[in-house]
Design a protein around this ligand. Structure first.
Ligand code: HEM
Length: 206
């Protein structure tokens, strides 16, 4: 087991105190479930971003409407998986960075490493929720898979929809930029520093 699970009935306040402490765990890799969530969501997020770019340029047509619905359904599924991911992350401390890595990383890189992950987690919620709010404000509530109507949490309104619309795009592009930085940093660790950091997030490696 490569993690410190929230087992043994530890009450939540104690768990959060433990999470704030420096890790003393001997684990060197992320847990298999965290690895699975990382890669499933990575593929899904890259896919839904590409889909968003493609469908936005289509002329008004039944095909465009269909893709918009699929995009919304995929976004809701990604949002649900992100909730699972955050709950898992809060209850399972990630493995401590190897000492060789922390010693080699200047302070700004360590700050960027933490900030990138923190911002990505925030954007996992901001991007789909802003999209959902736009859909509701524009008067097109989400009906998940065409059968389950989801509640609107903002009122219908043209001005409100126009105000929200750019923020879905801006936040999605911010996430894409962070993903480029994040993946680039991971690949630099792999191919330039050769410190094995990527192995922590790959399935089946020791
Ligand atoms: C080629 C693509 C990618 C590579 C090579 C990669 C690699 C990694 C690695 C090695 C880690 C673990 C860092 C550590 O050891 O502490 C990590 C963590 C993480 N990755 Fe990626 N990643 C990629 C794509 C993505 C994408 C597309 C997303 C989401 C949009 C993402 C979100 C995250 C997050 C949030 C963490 C932090 C996990 C945690 O500590 O809870 N990654 N990634």
């Amino acid at each position: 087991m490569s993690h410190v699970p929230n087992a043994g009935g530890i009450p939540p306040p104690v768990v959060f105190t433990l999470l704030a402490m420096p890790s003393t765990s001997a684990a060197t890799r992320y847990h298999g479930f965290a690895i699975a969530l990382h890669w499933v969501l990575a593929v899904a997020l890259v896919g839904i971003f590409a889909m968003g770019l493609y469908m936005a340029d289509l002329p008004f047509s039944p095909q465009r409407l269909k893709l918009y619905n699929w995009h919304k359904w995929a976004g809701v599924c990604i949002l649900a998986l992100s909730v699972v991911r955050v709950l898992w992350r809060l209850s399972h401390r990630p493995p401590a960075l190897p000492q060789a890595v922390t010693l080699a990383m200047p302070g700004w890189q360590m700050a960027a490493y933490r900030a990138t992950h923190g911002l990505l987690y925030a954007l996992f919620f901001i991007v789909p929720l802003v999209g959902w709010a736009y859909s509701s404000a524009a008067g097109f509530p989400i009906v998940l898979f065409g059968v389950l109507p989801l509640p609107d949490f903002v009122p219908v309104g043209k001005a409100l929809a126009e105000a929200i619309k750019p923020w879905h795009e801006i936040s999605a592009f911010a996430m894409a930029a962070l993903v480029v930085v994040h993946a680039g940093a991971a690949l630099k660790h792999q191919w330039v520093d050769r410190d094995g950091l990527l192995d922590r997030m790959l399935p089946g490696r020791r």
